[in-house]
Design a binder for this molecule. Structure first.
Ligand code: SF4
Length: 331
């Protein structure tokens, strides 16, 4: 079954919050919320482009704060998706929002329009990190929101960030442990970067804030991914989405890389190889599950290069019978 997402981006036009890493509120922009006809057009265009007939299509309202929109606007957006749900062209609706914009009334609106998944920008469970990041909500808000969401049988996603002001590896691992403890179904891990025209840019330029290096972000994310994987929490994304902004002048500093997730998997495999004793030999064959062969070879073949110090010839082969994350080494 092929899973497709139809993304609808709702810009944060009047976000009352002041997250230090975000430039949404400072941008003087002519961006407008998409009109009903435009959203229908986007849905139709995506549906026409899908090739797999065995598919699950999800309409996703991204943008951070769906339930912060006026209720009428929420209803209007959700209403236009209903004919597509009724005709089974779309199977699910997802929204993302903030923990302090969840309550019983908002959830009942979402439920009545058959929203299935709710993602919350939790970012951290540490009070100091939340405060220094200007999030404007507390860990308690997240806890309460997750309980309400799960009690109403929605699928719950909790997004986290690493490398925020005041953050440490230990605090990030505590955040991941809380996401697991809260029984979230899904998560996303975003490294904090410094964007132009943000409070974080000021803190960075005055030496008050230092972002993680790319290596630090990759190794921290790799450890968090392992925690989630062991606990059955699905990791939907690692690293920020590639965008013109991040590839261009808006990025001031920080661990942005368009191949971030690939680097994380590569790092995990490197650790696995480093943890075993490898004899010096002429030829080395590494057997892995077919879905992980590319990850095992590594980003820019870094793991293959690493293994070449032990053998002149290194080959990676696939075997369906091998469990994921395991490998066999044949000399
Ligand atoms: S990240 Fe913070 S400031 Fe930016 S749009 Fe979301 S809530 Fe508003």
């Amino acid at each position: 079954m092929k899973h497709y997402i139809i993304p609808i981006f709702l810009p944060e036009l009047a976000c009352p919050n002041r997250c230090v890493f975000c430039n949404q509120y400072s941008i003087v922009t002519k961006q407008q919320l998409p009109k009903k006809e435009a959203v229908i057009q986007i849905i139709k265009q995506h549906l026409q482009s899908f090739v797999h007939s065995e598919r699950c299509v999800e309409l996703a309202f991204f943008g951070g704060n769906f339930t912060g929109l006026p209720e009428k606007m929420q209803r209007d957006y959700l209403a236009l998706a209903q004919p597509f749900l009724e005709s089974n062209q779309i199977q699910a609706i997802r929204i993302s929002t903030r923990p302090d914009y969840i309550d019983a009334k908002r959830l009942s609106v979402l439920k009545s329009y058959h929203v299935r998944r709710i993602e919350l920008g939790m970012q951290s469970s540490d009070a100091e990190v939340l405060s220094l990041s200007g999030r404007g909500h507390t860990f308690e808000d997240t806890k309460k929101a997750t309980e309400l969401i799960l009690n109403k049988s929605f699928t719950l996603g909790l997004q986290m960030m690493i490398g925020l002001p005041g953050d440490t590896i230990k605090k990030s691992q505590k955040t991941a442990a809380d996401i697991i403890r809260f029984n979230a179904h899904e998560t996303r891990i975003y490294p904090c970067v410094v964007i132009r025209n943000t409070e974080l840019e000021n803190l960075y330029r005055t030496g008050t804030f230092q972002p993680l290096s790319l290596d630090e972000a990759v190794s921290q994310t790799a450890a968090l991914h392992e925690m989630f994987e062991k606990s059955g929490v699905k990791v939907l994304r690692m690293g920020l989405h590639a965008s013109d902004d991040l590839n261009g002048a808006a990025l001031i500093a920080g661990p942005y890389h368009p191949n971030f997730a690939e680097m994380v998997f590569s790092h995990q495999w490197k650790k696995r190889f480093e943890n075993v004793k490898i004899p010096k030999t002429d030829s080395l064959q590494i057997v892995v599950h077919p879905s992980q062969r590319t990850q095992a070879i590594g980003y820019k073949a870094e793991n293959k290069h690493y293994l070449k110090q032990f053998a002149q010839k290194v080959r990676f082969v696939s075997d369906n019978s091998l469990p994921k994350n395991e490998f066999k080494m044949l000399c």
